[in-house]
Design a protein around this ligand. Structure first.
Ligand SMILES: [Zn+2]
Ligand SMILES: [Zn+2]
Length: 185
């Protein structure tokens, strides 16, 4: 009997659930994007909430047990307090970071200055070598006892020179010996 079947269907929980969902969607307000309950966000479903009803339309339709689409004032306020704490903690980290960056930049500047001082001392030592070599050459020209050597340090390799002047290993790399700077031609 068709009539009996229709009556039975109307009373069934499936029908009532379907009806409820339709009414929640009609009378409720739709939540969007991140405002939707977790279930609807995950499944990308429409999410309608009706005041006084604890589940959204989709959770009602799927028979999901717990829908977090509704919330109490306490829950909301506790989230606000939590958010304020996080914001404050982030702000403090920002201050900390700015202090660290300032310290880093100060140490960086100090390192540059120290290296520049060391470099100018090395330059000074090289110039001393050049002057000494030129002085010896001049002496040799006055009274050449033998073939003039261009420098007293000829015969010493870089390693020996480095030790003599307590230079960092490799400091003389690229330094081609006492090349005169302002030698008159
Ligand atoms: Zn939902
Ligand atoms: Zn839900």
């Amino acid at each position: 009997m068709p009539q009996f079947r229709v009556a039975k269907f109307e009373r069934s929980s499936t029908f009532r659930r379907h009806n409820l969902v339709r009414r929640i969607e009609t009378f409720g307000r739709e939540l969007f994007a991140m405002g939707r309950c977790s279930q609807c966000q995950e499944s990308n479903s429409v999410c309608f909430m009706l005041d006084g009803h604890s589940k959204c339309s989709s959770c009602t339709k799927k028979g999901v047990k717990y829908c977090d689409g509704t919330f109490s004032d306490e829950e909301f306020d506790s989230l606000t307090a939590q958010r304020d704490r996080l914001t404050e903690a982030a702000r403090q980290k920002g201050t900390e970071l700015a202090q660290l960056l300032a310290a880093v930049s100060k140490v960086h500047a100090e390192r540059e200055r120290l290296q520049q001082d060391a470099d100018s001392l090395l330059l000074k030592q090289k110039q001393m070598l050049v002057r000494e070599a030129e002085a010896l050459d001049a002496l040799d020209h006055v009274d050449p006892p033998e073939k003039a050597s261009s420098t007293v340090f000829v015969g010493l390799d870089d390693k020996q020179l480095e030790e003599m002047f307590e230079l960092e290993p490799g400091a003389l790399l690229g330094f081609e010996g006492p090349i005169p700077i302002d030698r008159p031609s």
